[in-house]
Write a protein that binds this ligand. Structure first.
Ligand code: ADP
Ligand code: MG
Length: 699
């Protein structure tokens, strides 16, 4: 039966329509003002909103509410309180106050704080973010919040993002004013995160400890077929997958998440979902929810959704493309080349600000995409390199080049600069989106940051990007400040000329996957931060601390604490992977090798006894190889155990992370290669777990 999708869409969201219906007019107006302009919310308004929210939530089956937040675990957190309040006569009423709506006080002591806890109070509080709508999930009203310590340090990913959106808005509005645009009073960042994922059968998944504990396979012989036929990308959806995607869309739509596009990805069992873009903080919340709902719906379908960046060796891993742009409160996309000269000046200034931002803070951009999982992708032949560069496309590069060389309008017209509509080509997506190897590509009216891992929150990358662009705009402002309106065009032209000379090194339109680019990038002096432990120290580099503190995104303490948390997370992840590998080898794989080697040896001996003339060369070779593999694996396994214990004992987290990267991971890789090789020689039914063939081709 056909469903009424418009009615279904947002049916579990306390959205504008519900607010308008439920709130007294003056209260609704006051709330809108807070949402649109960020003005302070009075308690009587909060009380009124709380009553309306509770009424609506209870009507829709909710019994509890929760302040939903995004601590540094990378996941979301929630503690549920019921609406029930004793009414004095042994009965209860359903109650919810403005105070409960705007502030919660979860115990912060068990969330990662990276040392902030030692110096500050353990208590934390959550503060309602009225710009991201509340919603109902599993009988609970979810209120999106930011999470801080009592002394005001951010303990989550949302607070810095909100701060960065604010600072970018301020700088952008100031710049627009200077350029003669008096109508804009706010600029927000828009984000459309394309999400990749794998689906595997739940029963098979449960039999693999590596998938259960690490989200990725730690070894495994490749399936006879991988992605070489290029038949999966955009291929027909298999019935189980299609049913899953259908259900997923509906669940997301109910939550007001505008899931738009779904398709098969390059690797077998790999898929993608893209929503329609939204304001940054809402998009971040929605992406977190999407990842969660993906897993939940998979479970209902007897599937498991893998969000790890590299679940399988030998085929593509999963990333997340972060489409990013800037939109004014009167609806103009600042990265859309306009149709009037004034719009084109705006466009060029903001475009140049992004280029400058990415060049000046390429290291931070890289940091924002780091993590143990994503290290398996970046620089591989499937994902952007670890080097941050910008793809602009030929047309736009030519425009900037001609500005740089004063050839834009022919030499004679040099004085009369006119960055006008007639000359600025309109960049269609087709012209700009061909190169998929760039980590940061201009795609017509937005930039697409493609370095991100599939499992990561998109909060950090956007926080970095927003802040870096705010800084670039602030520097440009200083250069243009005081220019008379009639000289502005010329001043902007000169500014862009200076800026492009300085920052063109970050622009690269060629093949980002090639070896030549690595060499060329080094010559240009660009960062190539190949791994998380190599990238993370850039987080606390002086210039970056200065950036964040200047724009009030982080205090120095907050930066150091986050650096510590990220290192710790990396070290713990590798630790879990190492112990899982040890366990799988010890309990599943090595017994299988031993048993099968024995079987072959015994069978061969008995066949030989029957037929003394039998040539057993092949069997002997197999027994020898498997025995050698067994020896190698047990030997290396002992070293791995020892090494992992040593890392556990290192107190300095940077040193521990370095040891993981330089010693533990290479050894795990050696074990992977050896085990995968041996696995190919052993019948599937002897192994205690499902193989790549089964995992990737069973749906
Ligand atoms: P692809 O990169 O796969 O070719 P699309 O061009 O369709 O895909 O868009 C990818 C994503 O970019 C979508 O989530 C879309 O909503 C988002 N997007 C489009 N315009 C903007 C914008 N102005 N700001 C942010 N995201 C945008
Ligand atoms: Mg894309």
């Amino acid at each position: 039966m056909a469903k009424n999708i418009p009615a279904l869409y947002g049916s579990l969201v306390f959205n504008d329509k519900v607010m308008r219906n439920k709130l007294p007019k003056d209260m609704y107006k006051a709330l809108r003002k807070t949402i649109e302009n960020g003005t302070h919310l009075e308690l009587d308004v909060a009380n009124s909103v709380a009553v309306a929210m509770k009424e609506w939530a209870v009507e829709n089956g909710a019994t509890h509410y929760t302040h939903w937040f995004q601590p540094m675990t990378g996941f979301t957190a929630e503690k549920h309180d019921s609406f029930i309040t004793p009414s004095g006569d042994g009965e209860v009423i359903m109650d919810f106050s403005g105070k409960e709506l705007i502030k919660g006080e979860p115990d912060a002591s068990s969330f990662p704080s990276g040392g902030l806890r030692a110096t500050f109070e353990a208590r934390g509080y959550t503060a309602w973010d009225p710009t991201s709508p509340a919603f109902i999930k599993d009988g609970t009203l979810y209120i999106p919040t930011a999470f801080c310590s009592y002394s005001g340090e951010a303990l989550d990913k949302k607070t810095p993002l909100l701060r960065s959106m604010e600072t970018l808005s301020t700088e952008a509005v100031r710049m627009l004013k200077l350029l003669g645009n008096d109508t804009v009073t706010g600029v927000s960042t828009t984000i459309g995160p394309e999400q990749e994922y794998f689906l595997v059968d739940k029963e098979l998944y449960k039999k693999r400890k590596d998938l259960v504990f690490c989200g990725r396979t730690l070894f495994g012989a490749p399936a006879p077929k991988g992605q070489e036929m290029e038949d999966h990308y955009f291929g027909t959806l298999k019935p189980r997958v299609s049913a899953y995607m259908h259900d997923l869309d509906e669940e997301l739509w109910k939550l007001g998440i505008p899931a738009k596009t779904k398709h098969n990805e390059v690797a077998p069992a790999q898929h993608e979902l893209a929503p329609i873009f939204d304001t940054a903080n809402v998009a971040v919340d929605h992406n977190q929810l999407t990842m969660e709902v993906m897993k939940k719906v998979a479970d209902k379908h007897g599937l498991v959704c893998l969000l790890h960046e590299k679940p399988f060796e030998g085929i593509n891993g999963s990333g997340k493309h972060n489409n990013w742009s800037l939109v004014t409160n009167d609806g103009v996309n600042l990265l859309n080349p306009g149709t009037t000269p004034a719009q084109n000046i705006q466009f060029l200034v903001f475009l140049m600000a992004v280029i400058k931002a990415v060049d000046d803070y390429a290291d931070l951009m890289r940091v924002s995409a780091c993590g143990a999982g994503n290290d398996h992708r970046l620089g591989g032949n499937e994902a952007p390199p670890a080097i941050v560069s910008i793809f602009l496309g030929d047309e736009l590069s030519a425009v900037l080049q001609s500005i740089e060389n004063d050839t834009y309008f022919g030499k004679q017209e040099k004085i009369q600069m006119n960055i006008g509509a007639t000359v600025l080509p309109h960049f269609t997506k087709d012209n700009t989106d061909r190169n998929r190897t760039s980590p940061f590509a201009f795609t017509g009216n937005k930039f697409e940051f493609r370095m991100l891992g599939s499992s990561a929150s998109v909060a950090n990358p956007n926080m970095v990007l927003n802040t870096a662009v705010a800084e670039a705009l602030s520097q440009f402002y200083k250069e243009l400040e005081g220019t008379a309106p009639e000289d502005m065009e010329h001043a902007v032209h000169e500014l862009i000329k200076r800026a492009i000379r300085k920052h063109k090194k970050v622009i690269f339109n060629g093949n980002g996957y090639s070896e030549e680019w690595v060499a060329e990038a080094e010559k240009r002096g660009l960062y190539n931060l190949a791994s998380t432990p190599e990238a993370l120290p850039r987080f606390i580099a002086d210039k970056n601390v200065e950036l964040f503190t200047k724009h009030h995104i982080f205090t120095k303490e907050e930066i150091y604490s986050r650096y510590e948390i990220l290192l710790e997370n990396y070290v713990k992840t590798i630790g879990i992977e190492s112990r899982t590998l040890q366990e799988m080898l010890t309990k599943d794989f090595l017994p299988a090798v031993s048993s099968y080697t024995g079987t072959v040896a015994r069978d061969t001996a008995s066949r030989k006894a029957f037929l003394p003339s039998l040539s057993t060369e092949k069997e002997e070779k197999l027994v020898t190889e498997l025995t050698a593999a067994y020896e190698t694996l047990t030997g290396k396994l002992e070293v791995l155990k020892q090494m992992t214990r040593e890392v556990d004992g290192i107190e300095d987290m940077q040193k521990a992370a370095d040891a993981c990267h330089e010693k533990v991971l290479p050894l795990m890789e050696e074990l992977r290669v050896c085990a995968s090789d041996a696995e190919a020689k052993i019948p599937d039914e002897i192994l205690g777990y499902p193989t790549y063939d089964q995992l990737l081709f069973s749906l």
